[in-house]
Design a protein around this ligand. Structure first.
Ligand code: GYE
Length: 336
């Protein structure tokens, strides 16, 4: 009697175990694999201050449309306080699972980065580096602005070759931006290595929010203050370089001959002044970052680890000395 009861209990246990295995209740569910259609991105853009910025914004909007990403776009009007507001809005928005930041400044983001992490939002920094613990965001994708500054210095050394004791003035971008901070740093590092001539920075001023109207006023002031003493202009983007060229020409001087101008971004407008010979060199800065940034965000959603803290952009430089025909041919192949 006892044996048959024990057999019945053993059989019942075996059957329930088999049923649990069949129903899958014992096995854990396989993790969800995210696709771009599962991404709702809150993109916090600096503003619309330059041709580079317009190309960067287009890259994110066009790529989102092509990939089926739901994009929420915020223009910060170049104000850090607006970026903090937008960050908090996206943190509180249950639809947003990815936040992308193009930073106006380098500091002031720690609290919102911590809040985004606590809310399990993926954060990717694009364009400009920030001063924050790398554990607070998935990765940073943007240029090596210090290297760009080194390249700008090398171009200035070439432009002023053989002029012992050459003087330059600097027209900086917004002094809060890492792009301006590092291009200034890289330039100073680089001109110290000029072999054939010593280059002195006569004056340096920054254009708030990269405003070319301010940039032109800075150049006009420098031309008055240092009349006949300026051989070179180091401008932190093409709009500031073009503003300087306009001021130089208005002062009766010839940009490209009397004064050598170096710019950054290599936008279509910058190319026009390379082709005319009024800009000596244009150091490229790649704004077409959206495909890389969205892929990184998707990897983050899918739990991919081992991502580099910084993925530097690939970019080159262009010179008036390449000749108008060659530069026109290159320009015809470019997207911005
Ligand atoms: O050079 C300038 C824009 O962060 C690289 O920002 C970007 C810079 C770019 O205002 O045109």
């Amino acid at each position: 009697m006892m044996m048959s009861r024990m057999l019945r209990i053993a059989a019942a246990i075996a059957v329930s175990g088999a049923l649990a295995a069949c129903s899958g209740s014992a096995a854990s569910p396989s993790p969800k694999v995210y696709t771009y259609k599962d991404m709702t991105v809150g993109f916090i853009q600096t503003g619309s201050e330059s041709g580079w910025r317009a190309a960067n914004t287009s890259s994110f909007k066009e790529t989102a449309t092509a990939d089926g990403i739901n994009l929420k776009f915020y223009d910060s009007q170049n104000k850090i306080e607006n970026q903090i507001t937008a960050f908090n809005q996206y943190i509180q928005d249950p639809a947003v699972n990815v936040i992308i930041l193009a930073a106006v400044g380098t500091t002031g983001y720690d609290d919102v980065l911590k809040a985004a992490k606590a809310a399990n939002k993926v954060v990717v920094i694009e364009d400009r580096r920030i001063e924050a613990d790398a554990s607070l965001y998935y990765t940073y994708i943007g240029s090596d602005f210090d290297k760009e500054g080194n390249n700008g210095a090398a171009a200035m050394c070439t432009a002023l070759k053989g002029m012992s004791g050459a003087n330059v003035v600097e027209i900086g971008g917004d002094q809060a931006a890492s792009a301006a901070i590092d291009r200034a740093k890289g330039f100073r590092e680089g001109i110290a290595n000029c072999t054939d001539e010593s280059i002195k920075i006569l004056d340096t001023q920054s254009a708030p929010a990269w405003d070319p109207v301010q940039g032109k006023a800075i150049m006009e002031s420098d031309l008055k203050k240092y009349s006949g003493q300026i051989q070179g202009v180091y401008a932190h983007n093409d709009e500031l370089a073009i503003a300087a060229i306009q001021a130089i020409d208005a002062a009766g001087l010839k940009a490209g001959t009397d004064v050598k101008v170096i710019g950054f971004d290599a936008t279509a407008d910058g190319f026009k002044y390379l082709i005319s010979g009024e800009m000596f060199a244009d150091i490229e800065c790649n704004p077409l970052l959206a495909p890389q940034v969205y892929k990184a965000a998707l990897d983050a959603l899918n739990g991919v680890t081992g991502q580099a803290a910084w993925v530097p952009s690939q970019e080159g430089q262009f010179f008036a000395s390449q000749g108008a025909d060659a530069l026109k041919a290159i320009l015809a192949t470019r997207k911005y």
